[in-house]
Design a protein around this ligand. Structure first.
Ligand code: KE4
Length: 429
């Protein structure tokens, strides 16, 4: 496959952008090779600057549930842009999208829009501490909540001690109040609550994990977190930046029937533009400035272009049969990949929730970050490149999730499975 122009652009970009990218995972450090520079997207397809076409399962890391350049979104953004791109003043668009979010997400009575998932979770954490008057939080090894200091802690093993920074520049004081437990391990969470009784402000969790690879919550895990938070007076914070409007219209909380106290949203809610949100019960959200004393602000919060894109996206997703279609296509894909890998004699498993999915080259069940790291990441890298060469664009890291859009037709899924059959044969050696 010709990647000359991507290679040239990457060499130039590395001189002026750290690592040649504006977000680390895009640099292919996990799999090696030349990151593809994209010229445009259309439906389920990406086109790179060397005129190669790819079936896209990254979809900008989740937002593009309608596919690339959806006509309704393009029209809404264009119309709004002609009226102005940002005012720094309230618009009806923000209330329209807020109403859609409140109607969709069971636990949200009030919502605040921000510009990134990081901003949403950082603000939600501040709110949980303001609401409870407590300092410590519990997170899960392998869950990613954006790059706010408090979340950048080393993924402790077992029932972790206090958090140690996982990045230079993050102060020990910023992570000293962050406790870590293994995903799916309720006993570890209960032990942390007992050891820190009265001190835990919040439990933060990706209700379906998408940043350690794709890992489903075990039966009873999410209800167990709800029970423990009620028992110990802590806020349950669902980071639904990836799962919101993705696994179901009401997010993972609708899929699993567990109501958090605060929900963070992102990705799909902005329709591919920079928008995210945090929301919850009125009594909690009324603490947020200027209604209350908890400060949070943003120049481009509720940006009209992003609101317009989000409104079109959510209205499209309200159409009858949308989530049934997304789930059915994703099931066909995962079953086809699993069957092809089995025939090739490779240790492989694929799982899904709605149109969010993922796979590991592992025979044993993956339930947390420790077991995810035992999967064959070298084989993942070879599979990634074998598929890329065949025009299928997967996440360039084992520790990510994958997505399907409404633009992924049955024919596209069949072509993907055919490419996987050839790729499995190539990599099994
Ligand atoms: P952003 O700040 O990247 O908009 O959102 C942070 C975030 C928060 N919570 C969850 C569950 C997330 O998945 C994310 C961001 N996801 C990554 C993909 N693993 C975005 C891709 C990237 O970092 O470039």
């Amino acid at each position: 496959m010709n990647t000359q122009r991507s290679a040239a652009l990457f060499a130039q970009a590395q001189q002026i952008l750290p690592g040649g990218v504006n977000s680390p995972v895009r640099a292919y450090r996990g799999v090696g090779g030349v990151p593809r520079f994209i010229s445009h997207g259309e439906g389920a397809y990406l086109y790179d600057v060397d005129q190669n076409r790819y079936i896209d399962y990254v979809l900008s890391w989740g937002p593009l549930i309608l596919g690339h350049a959806h006509p309704g979104i393009v029209e809404a953004i264009s119309d709004q842009a002609r009226r102005g791109t940002s005012f720094g003043a309230p618009t009806e668009l923000e209330s329209t999208l807020a109403e859609l979010v409140i109607d969709a997400v069971p636990s949200i009575e009030m919502v605040r829009f921000v510009s990134s998932g990081t901003e949403a979770t950082m603000s939600a954490l501040r709110l949980a501490r303001a609401y409870t008057g407590r300092e410590k939080i519990i997170k899960f090894a392998g869950c990613y909540h954006g790059h706010a200091d408090a979340f950048l802690v080393q993924a402790g093993s077992g029932v972790a001690t206090l958090g140690l920074p996982d990045s230079p520049g993050v102060l020990g004081s910023a992570t000293a109040t962050t406790l870590t437990a293994p995903f799916n391990d309720l006993d570890a969470v209960e032990a942390l609550f007992k050891q820190n009784d009265g001190q835990i402000a919040a439990v933060a969790v990706e209700p379906v994990a998408g940043n350690m690879g794709f890992v489903l919550p075990r039966e009873g895990f999410l209800p167990g977190l709800r029970r423990l938070c009620d028992q110990y007076g802590a806020v349950l914070l669902f980071d639904e930046v990836m799962t919101g409007f993705r696994v179901a219209y009401g997010g993972a909380q609708a899929m699993y029937g567990v109501q958090p106290d605060i929900t963070c949203l992102g990705k799909v809610v902005g329709g591919g533009l920079p928008a995210a949100a945090y929301g919850g019960r009125r009594e909690i959200m009324q603490l947020v400035a200027p209604a209350g004393p908890m400060y949070q602000a943003g120049t481009l919060s509720g940006n009209p272009l992003a609101m317009a894109a989000g409104i079109v996206t959510l209205r499209e997703l309200q159409q009858p049969g949308v989530y049934e279609r997304l789930s059915a296509v994703t099931s066909t894909l995962c079953q086809g990949l699993w069957k092809a890998a089995f025939k090739a004699g490779l240790p492989f498993q694929a799982h899904k929730a709605g149109s969010m999915w993922g796979f590991f080259f592992a025979a044993d069940e993956v339930t947390d970050f420790a077991s995810a790291k035992k999967s064959d990441t070298a084989l993942f890298g070879r599979f990634f490149h074998a598929m890329l060469e065949r025009g299928v664009y997967l996440a360039p890291s084992q520790f990510e999730a994958a997505f399907v859009s409404l633009a992924h037709s049955d024919e596209i899924v069949t072509a993907t499975i055919d490419a996987a059959k050839a790729s499995f044969a190539e990599i099994r050696g």
